[in-house]
Write a protein that binds this ligand. Sequence first.
Ligand SMILES: Nc1ncnc2c1ncn2[C@@H]1O[C@H](COP(=O)(O)OP(=O)(O)O)[C@@H](O)[C@H]1O
Ligand SMILES: [Mg+2]
Length: 308
Amino acid sequence: MSAVIAIANMTGGVGKTTTAIALGETLATQGAEVLIIDLDAQGNTSFSIAGPRILQNLSETGRTIESYLNARLLERKSRRISDIIRRSVSSVLHDDEQLSLSIICATPNLRHVEQKIIVQLTKAGISWEEIEGEIRKILARDITNLRKRFDYILFDCAPGISAATEAAIKLADLMIMPTIPDFVSTQGVPAFIDSIFGEPDDNKKPWVLFTRVKARSRHQRTYKSLLRENANKPGGTYRVFQVEMPEMVHVPEAMSQSVTFTNTGRMSYNAKWRDFAQPLHALSEEVRRILPNGCGFQPDGNLQVHGG
Ligand SMILES: Nc1ncnc2c1ncn2[C@@H]1O[C@H](COP(=O)(O)OP(=O)(O)O)[C@@H](O)[C@H]1O
Ligand SMILES: [Mg+2]
């Protein structure tokens, strides 16, 4: 059975998009069928993976998450989610084969559509909870159909509060919360969890992933210990991944896109990226371990960081 994973944090700039792309590509190099759904109006994932040309084409032909939400919630039209999927989108090659990575893109228009949904439905007397519930109902039904076709469905969520992000978090099998272990990023962790779940059930507890970790930072070590301690306390509302993602100066460059070539693949398997690729593979293994039984994809044999 496939696994639905939401990558979310109220704070921006903590590595949500980097995690979504790097983990998605890593799982795809292991042979899994992966779909990434961009829920952020900034469209960073869409831009990094699809590139400007494909993105413009998807936008012009109405194959974006916002046009889907617009049709389903505002126009009350039927619209199949499978029609907005861009398959085989990545130009990253692994063992000379294109990654089996698909995407549902977002553009800045998503912000307008989300605003319109809230204004129109609020005018009709529908509360925020009902709006989120409605989006969740629609997404959950459509995602159920996609579960047959993909091993992993990853949502790259928007920072702040968005009804679609909240819906994705609630319907996911696993929520990954990328967090820079410092004072500012750490502050938002319990507040965000509380705003979504109140007290999450045991099987709904988000998993904090330390990102941009600097081995020599004492400040970060303090906050890592604090978060791990709080996670282990009785009544702790989150868990913490064993693996930590290091700060690497080349990451911003890898997220950039030229018209014909995606650089992101370097992160997951280029030998020069060992310090990033190894924790990334460890993350994919940890994700498989913590997912509910039978969720996700079991690769054959030993996984190794690829050379080259
Ligand atoms: N491990 C890392 N090392 C160095 N820079 C990183 C790392 N992870 C993310 N970044 C950079 O930090 C910025 C924010 O990351 P991003 O993934 O876009 O965060 P978010 O999606 O949470 O806003 C980007 O410029 C990205 O390239
Ligand atoms: Mg992002």
